[in-house]
Design a protein around this ligand. Structure first.
Ligand code: SF4
Ligand code: SF4
Length: 231
């Protein structure tokens, strides 16, 4: 099995719902608190497994905001695992999920330097490295109905921009979407072979726009009539 996420960049509205649901679930779950630093102060920050970047592409008036959620890609060839001196970072053979053993991690930061996707977060309070677990404590919970055995980010996304499944199964929803929509892994040239894939925004027809700087003939006539009445 090769479990991972597909994220539809055409549909993501950048609401940060997935990031908040992720923080809530994992803070309460097996990985322990995702610490907040200075939460009520002037410069709050904290540990997040999932962060949403926002990019503006194209030139006005045909520009567009692309919302880009990023978390651990559960890479097939993950240097974060090979550089770890304590063996705390590991990739599971059975499903490809990359995890950090919190009891073995000494917070040396090597893995975060090795990760090109910024997916690892050092928790300065716990002194350990934390990252997306694909909600491993949720997806295998047999007490949940099968339809709910999905990562919290997928369950909560109001735009249905996120999909979860097995990339080893050619008939799974994630494999089909990647095939049909030209899904891509991020920065393939680095050779990490990220499992998570992104569906690119679909091409859109340019929207016809009026040049508001040039008044129409009707506006000119209206302006002239207004002037005649008021003088
Ligand atoms: S995204 Fe980063 S942390 Fe996740 S498996 Fe790849 S290299 Fe490791
Ligand atoms: S910070 Fe922890 S998980 Fe990362 S390389 Fe060091 S010991 Fe391994």
């Amino acid at each position: 099995m090769k479990l991972g996420l597909v994220i539809d960049l055409d549909v993501c509205v950048g609401c940060h719902g997935c990031a908040v649901a992720c923080k809530q679930w994992n803070t309460s779950g097996m990985i322990g608190p995702l610490t907040d630093y200075n939460p009520y102060g002037r410069d709050p920050s904290g540990v997040w497994f999932n962060r949403i970047r926002h990019y503006e592409v194209g030139d006005f008036p045909h520009n567009k905001t692309i919302n880009f959620p990023m978390s651990c890609m559960h890479c097939e060839d993950a240097d974060c695992v090979t550089v770890c001196p304590t063996g705390a970072s590991y990739k599971r053979k059975e499903d490809g999920i990359v995890l950090v053993d919190q009891d073995k991690c000494m917070g040396c930061n090597y893995c975060s330097w090795a990760c090109p996707y910024g997916a690892r977060e050092l928790d300065r309070v716990d002194g350990t490295m934390k990252k997306c677990t694909l909600c491993i404590d949720r997806i295998y919970d047999a007490r949940l109905p099968e339809s709910e055995r999905k990562p919290a980010c997928v369950m909560t996304c109001p735009a249905h921009a996120r999909y979860f499944g097995d990339f080893d199964n050619p008939n799974s929803e994630v494999s089909r979407l990647v095939r049909e929509r030209g899904g891509q892994g991020l920065m393939p040239d680095l050779g990490y072979q990220p499992t998570n894939k992104y569906l690119p925004p679909r091409p859109t027809r340019p929207i016809a726009t009026d040049d508001v700087r040039k008044p129409s003939l009707a506006a000119k006539v209206k302006d002239w009539v207004n002037k005649m009445i008021t003088t």
